[in-house]
Every structure is written in C-alpha cells, then in structure tokens.
Write a protein that binds this ligand. Structure first.
Ligand code: CA
Ligand code: FE
Length: 573
C-alpha cells in the first residue's frame, strides 16, 4: 500500500499554502505530474486506496463554512516507521456529514512536540466524497519507538491535536510497554465515563475489541437518533454520533488504537452472511458491505477502502522483542451459530468439526504468524470469550464455546513449544473475567495450562441486573477461572515486561452520570516463561492473584458453590 508523502500530496483541488517546516525551510510543492508518476510506480495499490473517481473526478468543493472537525482525530495501526492518521470532515455529523459534493484536500502535519515547533512530516490528502470525506494518511519516515503529535487543517479550520507513536524497531529489546483495551460502548445506554479515565492512562496503544457502535436502537441514558442502522447513511450517522462524544475523542487523541470488530458494527450475532433475523443472503450482503464501508470511514486503519462485502481486517502489530499483537476477525468468516443460537444446551451442531470461527485463511495466517514469532508475548486481540464458560447446563453459542473444534485448534496452536506466552484479550459479554486456557477442557485437573485469557467489561453496554450474581457465582466456580465481575463497566490495562504481564481491571462507579470515579477492581500478574516451557505447572493459578484493590461485592474472586440454573439466561452481547 502506498504510504509516501508524495502520494498524499494535493491531488487537484486548491493547492494549500505550505506551512513552514522546522529546520529545513519550506517543504517542496509536489506537482500533479510527480504525483501521477509516483502513483504509477505503486500501481494497483494506490488505485485501490483511492476512490475510483478521484483521479478523474476531482472537483473544487465549496468553501467549508462550519467547523468540519466535529469528530476529532485519531491514529492507528502503528509500525516502527509509520502510523495511520484519521479524521473526517463533518460539519453536520448526524445528518450525513453536511459536506458539499466533491472531494476536498486536507493538510496534515506531524510534529515531534506538542506545540508543533518541530514539524517532521507534512502534506496534503484527499477527503473523498465517496468515503464520507474521511481522511486516512499513512505517514511514513518516522523514527521507531517515538511519540508524535499531529493535526489536520482546511482553510479557516484546524483540527484538535492528537498524540500518537511508532512501535519499537523490529527485534529491539523493550523493557516495558503498556496497552489498554475496550469493547461494547453502547452510546444510548450510558455516558463514556470510562473513556475519560482511559485517555488519562499512561498507555502506548489501545485495542478496541468490537461493538464500537450498536446498530440497534435503545436510549436508556442518552438519545440515539434514527432507527436501527441498516444502510450506509444509517451506519455513517451512528458512527458520527459515537465519534462526536468528546470523551471517546479524548481516548483517541491520547494514543494510537488498533481496532477490530464484533457483531454490532453490522447486526446482532451475525455470522458471515447470515443476519440475526435470517434476511435474504443478498440483502444482507449489501447491508454488510455498507456497514463495513462506514466502519472503514471512521477508523484509523491501514487497509484499502472496502470494495463490496468482503474486507480482510486481521493483522498483526509488532512491539520489538517484547510482543506481537494479533487482531482477529471473529465475524466475517464464521459458521452460523449452532443449536439455534443463544444461551442453550449444547447440541449435535457443536460436534461438527468443520464449523469455523476464523475461516481457513485467517486460521492459517494466525498459525503461521504465531509459530514464526519469536517475541516474548503473543497477544491475541479478538471479540468473544475463548475459554470454556458454561452457565450451568447452557453455553453461549456465540462464543468459542459454540465452536469447540475451532477452539481446540487454537489451543493446539497455543500449546506448541515455539509459541511463547499466548495472552488472549476478549470482550462482548459486558463482564470482567480472567482465567487459564487449557490444552484439554475435558480434563481440567490434568490439563496443562497453555495460555491465559483476560476479558474486559463493557464501556457502557448493559449486563442484565438479574444475572449479575449468578454469572459471578457460576464463572468463578470454574476451576480455570481466576476472576469474574459482571457488575461494573470499565476497561482494562496491561503492562508487559520480559518477565511478566500485569492486568488491571479498571471500573467506574457509574455510567448514568456524566462523570465518575475509577478504581482498580482486580489485578493479576502472569509470569512469562522461556521458550519451550509450559505456561505454568499442571493446574491451578500460575501466579497468585494480587486481589482486589477495593471493595468488590460482586467480584467473586474465589470459587463459590455453583448454583443450578433453573431458567435459561437471556443476554445479547
Ligand atoms: Ca457482541
Ligand atoms: Fe456488546
């Protein structure tokens, strides 16, 4: 994919005045001919990255008269020499954006200091009308392991300033890094009190595990205009509603993000081309294409814009010798949920070894990537709970529990001696949790522990109040579970060193008010093991939980007697 300043230099449209660069005078104006030559050099990828109309159909858009940077800025998919910068011009964000027809040229700057005294990279990029005047700039030529500040501008308006960073050089020694992760941020269900605290955490990067938006209606605390999002305009307006929240913006302005998705970016519990309500396949293919396009338009991701209903998003992010992060897609390729979906007893569907969660291509990619990785940690960022989590006689068919053969292939991969310290991040269930991953779930006493899973609660999506206690009791009684708490909303931070991973579940007191305190509900340290050694001794916790740092009435950290489940739980993650 092209990533040079040259490609981003002004394609048609008004050529903006160049800003002065620190140290080396005026940056060179890159003319149209130079652009076309460099475009030819990078061939098809450049065409794919741009809308088909952009080379032929550039028109000078009307002047922008209202503030266009209503959705803030963001950055993502960092690498040692580059990072993707994002914004979208949307003077009327909840009504389709409010831009006049035609592509627009947007200037961008990257500086080594917050005051922009030392601008190290700058250029212009196209905000294509065909992609909702979103801007994606893959800025290269940056120093590894370095923080930067960035902003966009159009005549008369400058964007907020975002902070971002590159990753350490490949293979370099890294003494420490910290990341966060979040999921399930139903706007209508509550305030983003968690995002304000997340933005203040000293993190290097943050992951979003999905349910970034909810397509559905529902306005318990805040109004959500429009009905269920089902087409391009509906999804765009929904993303714009979420992205207009200044607390979410603060979290994007603070550090780069690596985002994946879950179901609600398209439709509750969809699987591949099967919708929640079993709509006609072709109708849902169109809906998925429009939902994926709106997702791309609103995220700082390094991938060409979607063409049709297929959009490969699984990818890895290196962090020197310390870790590799794998962002997975558990929706686009999965087999339909078994046994009619829902939280039900297992049935014959679950015994079908051909049912997949990731699809063959993604599974093969992950297998190859993890087996060839030589980093200390191998962190798998994905949407749904992987470890066995029976709720009495029932299992959640939407989780890996519903795909036991696919899960066993993951366990077999994690158990390989060359795969070091697998750590799975999960969301979706709107509850916090932690546990060991077992080579053999049918023999928890004898099975080796081959990895660990940390589950983050929701930013603002609800957990059914009547199930909070029973969930805590049932899950914490599982022999491989270390922690469970469905009562609180929040996010998770993880500090990685060559010796250990320390996870902190950060929970807020309320999402019903605009502000809230935050505290650490639970802290868990996992010791890293050397290559070729098992993750921990035969069974039981590999390291003692540090215990909750505050009162946690529902946070059942110790196994409690399981209670029989009389009625079937109903829950939509
Ligand atoms: Ca979900
Ligand atoms: Fe959710």
């Amino acid at each position: 994919m092209p990533a040079s300043n040259r490609r981003d230099a002004g394609v048609g449209g008004p050529q903006p005045t160049r800003r002065r660069r620190g140290g080396d005078g005026w940056s060179p104006r890159v003319d149209r001919r130079h652009f076309l030559l460099s475009t030819a050099a990078v061939a098809a990828a450049a065409v794919a990255w741009r809308p088909a109309t952009s080379l032929a159909g550039i028109t000078a858009a009307r002047a922008i008269t209202d503030p266009p940077f209503t959705l803030g800025v963001g950055s993502g998919d960092p690498l040692p020499d580059r990072v993707v910068l994002w914004t979208r011009l949307a003077p009327d964000p909840l009504e389709g954006g409010g831009m006049a027809p035609g592509d627009v040229t947007v200037d961008w700057e990257v500086a080594a200091d917050e005051g922009f005294a030392r601008v190290v990279r700058s250029g212009s990029a196209t905000a294509p009308a065909a992609f909702a005047h979103s801007v994606h700039v893959d800025v290269d030529g940056l120093e590894p392991d370095t923080w930067y500040w960035y902003r966009f501008s159009v005549p008369g308006f400058s964007s907020p300033v975002g902070r971002t960073r590159t990753t350490p050089a490949n293979g370099s020694a890294v003494a420490r890094m910290a990341f966060g992760f979040a999921s399930c941020q139903n706007y209508g269900n509550g305030y983003y009190t968690s995002h304000t605290h997340l933005a203040a955490e000293p993190l290097d990067v943050c992951f979003h595990l999905g349910d970034y938006i909810y397509e559905s209606t529902g306005s318990r605390i805040r109004p959500v205009p429009g009905g269920e999002a089902q087409d391009l305009l509906g999804y765009r307006n929904r993303y714009a509603l979420y992205r207009s929240d200044t607390e979410l913006q603060a979290a994007h302005h603070a550090f780069p993000w690596v985002v994946t998705w879950d179901d609600h970016e398209v439709d509750n519990n969809y699987a591949d081309l099967i919708s929640e309500n079993n709509d006609p396949i072709e109708a849902f293919r169109t809906r998925r294409a429009e939902a994926y396009q709106a997702w791309w338009e609103h995220q700082a991701v390094r991938m060409p814009p979607p063409v049709g209903a297929d959009l490969p998003i699984y990818r890895s992010t290196p962090w020197g010798q310390l870790g590799t992060f794998y962002a997975l897609d558990t929706r686009q390729y999965r087999a339909n949920q078994g046994c009619g979906d829902g939280i039900v007893e297992p049935c014959a569907d679950n015994d079908d070894p051909t049912r997949t969660m990731l699809g063959d291509a993604q599974e093969a990619w992950l297998d190859g990537a993890m087996r060839s990785s030589d980093t200390t940690w191998n962190v798998v960022a994905q949407s749904v709970v992987m470890g066995s989590t029976p709720l009495g006689p029932f299992i959640n068919q939407d989780q890996w529990d519903g795909y036991p053969f696919a899960r066993q292939r993951m366990m077999d991969l994690f158990a390989r001696p060359e795969v070091r310290n697998p750590l799975v991040l999960s969301g979706d269930i709107h509850a916090s949790g932690a546990g060991h991953l077992l080579a053999d779930w049918d023999d928890p006493d004898g099975s080796p522990i081959i990895g660990h899973e940390v589950v983050g609660t929701s930013i603002s999506s609800s957990f059914p109040a009547e199930l909070v206690d029973i969930f805590g009791d049932l899950v914490s009684a599982l022999p491989w579970a270390v922690y469970a708490n469905a009562r609180h909303r929040g996010y998770v931070t993880v500090e990685l060193t060559p010796e250990s991973a320390t996870t902190r579940w950060r929970v807020v007191d309320t999402i019903d008010e605009p502000t809230s305190a935050v505290r650490t509900d639970f802290e868990w340290t996992i010791d890293a093991v050397a290559a070729g050694e098992p993750a921990s001794p035969g069974s039981g916790p590999s390291s003692a939980p540090a215990g909750p740092t505050g009162p946690s009435p529902s946070g059942a950290q110790r196994p409690a007697p399981a209670q029989p489940v009389r009625t079937q739980p109903r829950f939509t993650g």
